[in-house]
Write a protein that binds this ligand. Structure first.
Ligand SMILES: [Zn+2]
Length: 543
């Protein structure tokens, strides 16, 4: 047994998960609210026997390593090290891959640079002007400390000298870390905002030009480009500072810029993060729904008129996040408002409205309620409404839209059906897909019952490719852990499903499966039709 397996066998996955999620016993499994998506009724199962977890809501599943990787954002090597320490195994066999070593190095360089920038801003003469600027903009010492703001001096090779000269990194390393362009420092004469990943490691920077300085070189903001460790679309600015507050509150305010985040935090709305641009990405939604179930958007962009922003919201909705919008009357920028009138900012956040109400209000304000306006409102909103994932919520907004436009609900639904062209691929996918044949459902269920009730020796012959193979294997060896790898996960998950074995259930399922078999054979003329028909009437007699 290698160390990866050894450690896994010593870790109690139930205990590990329980440090994040309260679990309750449910038969052979433990059950709780999924930490990876927002839910009110538990569909997150952990099986102590197989040492695996599975969420039947968002479909995430795996072992102790996967769990740590997902919940802490660790690399595999880190999860391994973490669990090895936990169970007191000294790792000998595992060497970090080249990729992991490189990432570690690049992170190390960014962390060091962030420390030096921060030191320059807060302790040194060179950073004095920048510090004064930040204070004059209304940022407090506490905020500057908490978000570790820094200053990049007006110098072509300050960081290069420090990292290459003193710390013995190479120029190539510097470029890969995003800190240099063509052998020169990327950031010069700028206020620096360190960007941390989900684990709180500095992986890049946003550098804001000082007022009065030339904006020619790169403009108002210069950001770290995509590197092996910095991915713009995966980062939520401020999360390293505000995670606990978001978790406690159960909701997060999402703003667009670094200063907006800090200003909100300072004004007492501490459960805040920022995205770059107006659209939430899939990765950001994933990060958020692990720690909260509602996002309150306060963006500079006109969300209703911005297709990318709307797509981000749609995705958040599909992933179970409730989305609300802050309406800023008068003030353009959340940051300015939070600094100038913190009370008003807190109030605005408190009064956030569900995003679909916001869309409707915005459309009415823009187009008016004349006939031409109504048509435009319809065109704009029907597609959005059609994509609302919860049917009850959808019905509510169809009603509200009908009322606002002064038409019948039926008219709205009819128009919606027209817009959703049945020839479009998404439509076909949604309506045609997902129809799993009854036989497949039953075969899966029979295997589930056989595993739970120790009946794998009595499994009947199966026809669906996947389950037929599983049945063949299980008849030989009843332990699902010994299945070939490609069959293992999907089969093990059956043991995490609710419900215990019952003899009666087993017999009913077997009969129903046989009924399908007999009907198929009669239909295709295989075998003695008289005998088959007789058997069919026996099988269906007591139904
Ligand atoms: Zn889930």
């Amino acid at each position: 047994m290698d160390q990866i397996e050894e450690i896994k066998s010593k870790v109690d996955v139930v205990e590990l998960v329980q440090e994040y999620v309260p679990l309750k016993r449910a038969g052979r499994n433990f059950k709780g609210l999924c930490p990876f998506h927002g839910e009110k009724t538990p569909s997150f199962m952990v099986n102590p026997e197989l040492q695996i977890f599975k969420c039947f809501g968002c479909n995430l599943g795996g072992d102790a390593y996967t769990f740590l990787q997902k919940i802490e954002g660790m690399e595999f090597g880190e999860a391994l090290q973490h669990l090895a320490d936990r169970v007191g195994v000294k790792l000998v066999s595992y060497r970090p891959t080249q990729g992991e070593q490189l990432k570690e190095k690049l992170v190390g360089m960014n962390v060091l640079t962030g420390q030096v920038y921060h030191w320059l801003l807060t302790q040194q003469k060179a950073g004095k002007e920048a510090l004064e600027y930040l204070k004059q903009r209304g940022l407090s010492d506490e905020a500057i400390e908490k978000f570790k703001l820094g200053f990049a001096p007006d110098n072509w090779d300050f960081v290069t000298k420090f990292l290459v000269g003193k710390k013995k990194y190479t120029r190539d390393d510097l470029a890969r870390a995003g800190l240099a362009v063509k052998n020169y420092d990327r950031f010069r004469n700028r206020v620096m905002f360190p960007l941390a990943n989900a684990r709180g490691q500095v992986v890049g920077f946003a550098g804001r030009v000082l007022p009065g300085a030339s904006e020619k070189e790169g403009g108002k903001y210069v950001n770290t480009p995509e590197t092996e460790i910095y991915h713009k679309s995966e980062l939520l600015y401020g999360l390293d500072v505000t995670r606990a507050e978001i978790k406690n509150a159960g909701w997060a305010v999402v703003v667009e810029g670094e200063i907006d985040t800090i200003a909100s935090w300072q004004a007492g709305v501490k459960n805040v993060v920022a995205i770059k641009g107006s659209a939430l990405t899939e990765k950001q939604v994933e990060l958020l729904r692990r720690i909260c179930d509602t996002v309150v958007l306060a963006l500079d962009t006109d969300v209703a008129g911005d297709a990318a922003a709307r797509r981000g919201i749609e995705m958040a909705d599909k992933n179970g996040l409730m989305v609300k919008m802050v309406k800023l009357s008068g003030a353009k920028d959340p940051g300015d408002l939070a600094i100038a009138r913190p009370e008003e900012w807190r109030e605005a956040v408190k009064n956030a409205i569900p995003v679909y109400d916001f869309y409707l209000q915005s459309a009415v304000e823009r187009h008016g309620l004349e006939v031409a306006g109504k048509k435009k409102i319809g065109q704009e909103l029907l597609l959005v409404w059609a994509n609302i994932s919860d049917e009850i919520v959808k019905a509510h907004y169809i009603k509200l839209l009908a009322k606002t436009l002064g038409v019948e609900e039926g008219d709205i639904r009819q128009q919606m059906a027209k817009i959703l062209n049945p020839k479009s691929p998404t439509f076909a996918e949604a309506s045609a897909g997902k129809q799993i044949p009854r036989r497949e459902i039953l075969e899966e269920y029979v295997i589930e019952l056989a595993l739970k009730g120790g009946k794998t020796g009595e499994l009947p012959e199966m026809k669906t490719d996947f389950w037929a193979r599983v049945a063949q294997e299980l008849v030989k060896d009843s332990d699902p852990r010994k299945l070939p790898e490609e069959l293992r996960e999907k089969t093990q998950i059956l043991l995490l499903k609710d419900g215990e074995f019952a003899e009666k259930e087993w017999e009913t399922a077997l009969r129903e499966l046989e009924e399908i078999e007999v009907r198929e054979r009669i239909g295709t003329g295989q075998g003695d039709v008289r005998k088959l028909t007789k058997r069919l009437s026996e099988l269906t007699k007591n139904k």
